[in-house]
Design a protein around this ligand. Sequence first.
Ligand code: MN
Length: 206
Amino acid sequence: MTSIGFKRYELPPLPYKLDALEPYISSSIVDVHYNGHHKGYVNGFNSTLDKLEKVLKGEVTGYDIQGIIRSLTFNANGHKLHTIYWYNMAPAGKGGGKPGGRLGDLIDSQFGGFDKFKALFSEAQKSLPGTGWTALYYDTEAKNLLFITIENHFMNHYAELPIILIVDEFEHAYYLQYKNNRNAYLDAWWNLVNWDDAEKRLQKYL
Ligand code: MN
């Protein structure tokens, strides 16, 4: 039996209250960011799937398949990367510090210690041109922890790279509180890092 239809996506629950990241990230930012932007990517992902189904059913003519794919990529990655971003943070007072576990060991053995890792990752974040993301991922081929920058949301494939830790550098992630001082937001973000979550992500690939 043949049929036409794609499964739909849902906004995952925020793993803490809207004000849990204060004072580092204000509740109004989390509200707009999660309930506005992230939900928008989920909705955009699903509405693009609506469109794709209509194309397959022959209900639209003159569609632009490249535009549809671009919309899928933008919204799918927007959704997936935000999900990692939220879970990569812990309520204020419960995050930050240094990683232990295998992640801590790998950071020590590859980067010459946490302080050097933090300085380099922070520098990478702060030098990102324009809008996007900076992430730490685990390359399973050579078993390396490496940095990657993601301009806008446009990775050349869906965000299934083993991303261990990611920071959102879109203006919507900080502007309400930090205005144009992105570096202050990036410095504050370290206080929220959920190293247990990062460790769990790494463990899946070891
Ligand atoms: Mn965002």
